[in-house]
Write a protein that binds this ligand. Structure first.
Ligand code: IPE
Ligand code: IPE
Ligand code: MG
Length: 266
C-alpha cells in the first residue's frame, strides 16, 4: 500500500455541496468511465459520439473534484485490452485524446492541475506522445489536484513492469531482494507518490475491475452505478461521494468509532 499522501488542496466551503462532510472526503477518487458506447447506441448515434460526450463529463468531474478539495482523480481512459476494438474506434479515441489535450492544456495550467498519464505510453501515436510530454512537464509543479489519465494502462502489466524493475536492480547487485517490501514495490508503480484511491466509481453497472489499479484498489470503497458515463452528472458524483461517506472502513480490523479516518464517537 502506498503510504505517500496526495497533496490535498483544502476545499472551498462555498463550493462544497452542503450534504458533504468536508472532513470525510476521499483523498483520491478513481473512476472507470464506462458506457459511452451504450449511451450512443440508445440515441441511434455512432459510438464515437458517446466518447465525445464522455470528455465533457470528465472535464466537469475534474472541476468538481478540484473545487471540492479532493486531492487526486484517476480516470481510466484506455486499457491495454481496448486495442482489440475495431481500428476505426481506436483511431478515433487516439485523435480525440490528442484534440482534447491540445485544447484543454491552458485551462489545466490555469486551474493548477497536475496532469500525468499512467500506462505504457510507447505504442501511442507520436503526436499524442509529444503533447503528453509537454502537458506533464508544464503542469508538474502545479499545487492543485493530481489528475491521472490511464492511457494504454493495464493493472497486470503495471505489476509485471514493477517486478521487472526490481529484478533488474537486484540482478545488478544494487538491491537486496530481502529489502523489497510493500512500500518499495508501490514506489515502482505508475501511481507512485499518490495515496491509494479511497473510492472507485464504475459507471454503466458492470460489476468488475477490468484490469484497473489491481494493487492500488486493495481497500478502496466501490461505488457501482447504472448511470452511463456520458450521463454521470453532478448529482451522480454527489451520490457516489455520499455513498462513500456512509461507509465504515475497517481495513481488516474490527468495527470502531473511526470512519473514513476520522473519529466519529466521543
Ligand atoms: C468506455 O465506454 C470508454 C472506453 C473504454 C474508451 P465504452 O466504449 O466501453 O462503452 P460501452 O461499454 O461499450 O457502452
Ligand atoms: C474499461 O472499460 C476500460 C475503460 C473504461 C477505459 P471496458 O468497456 O473496456 O471494460 P469491459 O470490456 O466491459 O470489461
Ligand atoms: Mg465498456
Amino acid at each position: 500500500m502506498s503510504r505517500a499522501l496526495a497533496t490535498t488542496p483544502s476545499s472551498d466551503p462555498d463550493q462544497l455541496p452542503a450534504q458533504l462532510d468536508p472532513a470525510r472526503l476521499p483523498r483520491h477518487v478513481a473512476v472507470i468511465m464506462d458506457g459511452n458506447g451504450r449511451w450512443a447506441r440508445q440515441r441511434g448515434l455512432p459510438r464515437a459520439m458517446g466518447h465525445r460526450a464522455g470528455v465533457e463529463v470528465l472535464k466537469r468531474t475534474l472541476r468538481h473534484c478540484s473545487d471540492w478539495g479532493i486531492g487526486a482523480l484517476t480516470a481510466y481512459a484506455f486499457s491495454t485490452e481496448n486495442w482489440t476494438r475495431p481500428g476505426e474506434e481506436v483511431a478515433f479515441l487516439m485523435a480525440l485524446f490528442e484534440r482534447v489535450l491540445a485544447k484543454e492544456l491552458e485551462a489545466l495550467e490555469r486551474q493548477q492541475v497536475r496532469i500525468r498519464f499512467l500506462g505504457d505510453l510507447e505504442p501511442l501515436p507520436e503526436g499524442l506522445k509529444v503533447l503528453i510530454t509537454d502537458a506533464t512537464e508544464r503542469t508538474a509543479g502545479n499545487a492543485g489536484i493530481h489528475f491521472n489519465v490511464c492511457t494504454n494502462y493495464g493493472g497486470r502489466s503495471e505489476l509485471v513492469r514493477a517486478a521487472r524493475r526490481l529484478a533488474d536492480r537486484a540482478a545488478r547487485g544494487e538491491l537486496d531482494p530481502a529489502s523489497i517490501d510493500e512500500e518499495l514495490f508501490a514506489a515502482q508503480l505508475f501511481t507512485a507518490g499518490d495515496a491509494d484511491p479511497d473510492l472507485l466509481i464504475r459507471t454503466s453497472g458492470e460489476q468488475r475491475i477490468s484490469n484497473f489499479l489491481l494493487w492500488q484498489l486493495a481497500y478502496a470503497e466501490l461505488h457501482i452505478t447504472e448511470v452511463l458515463w456520458p450521463d454521470f452528472d453532478t448529482e451522480a458524483l454527489l451520490a457516489a461521494l455520499l455513498d462513500y461517506q456512509g461507509r465504515q472502513r475497517r481495513f481488516g480490523g474490527v468495527q470502531s468509532g473511526v470512519q473514513n479516518g476520522v473519529e466519529t464517537t466521543p
